[in-house]
Design a protein around this ligand. Structure first.
Ligand SMILES: [Mn+2]
Length: 377
C-alpha cells in the first residue's frame, strides 16, 4: 500500500502578525497534486492540524476545502490525529459520522490503541492511531501508573496486543529521540519544562513505519522508518535553511518499504538577510516578496528603516541592528550608583553604551535645552 505522510500543518499560523493562510493553501494544493500524480489514495496527518485550539474561521474554511477536495472530489481516505496544538473536543466533532465518508479522526488516546485495517496484494496492514496524550490524562482515564511520556507510550503499546509478525503502522504525535537527540526548531512548543517529554525511538523499531508529528524539521530518529515529515512550511527563524517535504511511503511485503521525500515549494520563502541599508536596497525596483528577517549592520540607527526596507521587501517580518543586539548581549550598564548621577550624565552614559561614542557638543546643547524645558514643566 502507498500513503502520504504529512504533519504540523498549523493552519492559521501567523509569523510576526503576517497570516500564512495563502501560503498554506498553496502547500495543501501541492499535496493533493502529489496524490493525483503518484496515485496515492491515503493521506495521514500526524497532528497539529490547526495552530490554535480555537482556530479562526478562515483557518477552518481552508482545512474544510482541503478535506472536500481530497474526499468528495478525489475519494481519497484521510487519517487524522490531534497534536498538542489541537483541541481534542473540537477536532473530534462529527468524527463518528465522518468515518462513513472516508475521514478518520482520532483525538482521544485509547487502550487498546485505535486500529484500522488495509488490505493489499501482500495481505493486511494495521494502522494504529495514537493522538497526542499526556501521562496525567492516561493515569486518570486508564488503569496506568505511568509517570512520564516514555512510560505512557509503553503502556499504550503493551496494552494493544500488536502482532509484530504482521505489517503495522503507527501514527502519533510526540517527542521521539535517538540517544536523547533530535533536531528541534523554535516553532515547537515543549510539553513540559525539564525535558522529560523525550521518548526513546528504539522502542518502535518493530513497527514497519512510524508516522510522526511534532518536530518541525523532517528527520528520522533511530531508524529510517521512524520518521518526522516535519511541518509543511518554515515556521520560525531557526528553520530558514530547512527544506520542507511530504513523505510518500510504499509498504510492500513485510520488511520492504520505500520512502520518498516530495519537496513542498512555498509561495514565499522564509530567509534572513544582512547588510547595511544601502547594500540591502541595491536594485530597489526589483521586489523581493519572500518573508525576510532583516539584520542591519549600520553603526547608527537609520530613520524609517523598516519603511524603507519594505519598499523592496514588502513582506519583511522584523528588523534588528547587529551591533546593537551584540552590544546588549556582551555588556551591561553599571547601575550601582545611578541615583547619585544627574539625568544628563545618565543619558550620556546610555548614549555611549548604545553608540560607542560621546555626545557631540551640538547634541549636548540640544540635550541641555530639553532638560531645561522638562524642569520648567
Ligand atoms: Mn507542531
Amino acid at each position: 500500500m502507498k500513503f502520504l505522510h504529512i504533519a504540523d500543518l498549523h493552519i492559521g499560523k501567523c509569523l510576526n502578525q503576517k497570516s500564512l493562510l495563502e501560503d498554506q493553501k498553496i502547500i495543501l494544493d501541492q499535496i493533493v497534486k502529489y496524490m493525483e500524480d503518484y496515485n496515492v489514495e491515503v493521506l495521514m496527518l500526524a497532528g497539529d492540524i490547526y495552530d490554535k485550539q480555537i482556530p479562526s474561521k478562515e483557518a477552518v474554511n481552508l482545512f474544510n476545502d482541503f478535506l472536500c477536495d481530497l474526499i468528495l472530489k478525489h475519494h481519497y481516505k484521510v487519517y487524522i490525529i490531534s497534536g498538542n496544538h489541537d483541541s481534542v473536543e473540537r477536532l473530534n466533532f462529527a468524527s463518528s459520522i465522518l468515518k462513513n465518508e472516508g475521514l478518520y479522526i482520532e483525538t482521544y488516546a485509547n487502550v487498546p490503541i485505535s486500529k484500522y485495517e488495509f488490505y493489499d496484494e501482500y495481505g493486511k496492514v494495521n494502522l494504529y492511531m495514537l493522538p497526542y496524550s499526556s501521562p496525567l490524562y492516561t493515569r486518570v482515564k486508564f488503569d496506568s501508573t505511568c509517570n512520564n511520556y516514555s512510560e505512557m507510550i509503553k503502556y499504550y503499546v503493551e496494552n494493544s496486543n500488536i502482532d509484530f509478525s504482521k505489517r503495522n503502522i503507527l501514527l502519533t504525535h510526540h517527542t521521539f529521540l535517538h540517544d536523547n537527540m533530535a533536531s528541534f526548531s523554535d516553532s515547537e512548543v515543549r510539553f513540559n519544562i525539564g525535558g522529560t517529554e523525550g521518548i526513546d525511538a528504539a522502542y518502535f523499531k518493530d513497527f514497519d513505519y512510524v508516522a510522526l508529528g511534532h518536530l518541525h524539521n523532517p528527520q528520522y530518529v533511530n531508524r529510517p522508518h521512524i520518521r518526522y515529515s516535519g511541518s509543511i512550511l518554515k515556521y520560525s527563524e531557526s528553520e530558514v535553511n530547512i527544506k520542507k517535504v511530504a513523505l510518500m511511503v510504499e509498504l510492500k511485503e513485510k520488511g520492504n518499504i520505500e520512502i520518498t521525500e516530495l519537496p513542498l515549494i512555498p509561495l514565499h520563502d522564509l530567509k534572513k538577510i544582512k547588510g547595511t541599508i544601502d547594500e540591502l536596497l541595491v536594485n530597489p525596483d526589483v521586489l523581493d516578496e519572500d518573508y525576510v528577517y532583516v539584520t542591519l549592520t549600520n553603526d547608527t540607527i537609520i530613520p524609517y528603516a523598516m519603511k524603507r526596507i519594505r519598499l523592496k521587501y514588502p513582506n519583511a517580518l522584523s528588523l534588528t541592528y547587529e551591533r546593537l543586539s551584540k552590544q546588549l548581549i556582551d555588556k551591561t550598564i553599571d547601575t550601582t550608583d545611578f541615583k547619585e548621577k544627574s539625568i544628563k550624565d545618565q543619558f550620556n552614559e546610555f548614549y555611549k553604551f548604545i553608540n560607542n561614542k560621546e555626545l557631540s557638543d551640538n547634541q549636548i546643547s540640544i540635550l541641555d535645552k530639553i532638560l531645561e524645558k522638562v524642569e520648567e514643566e
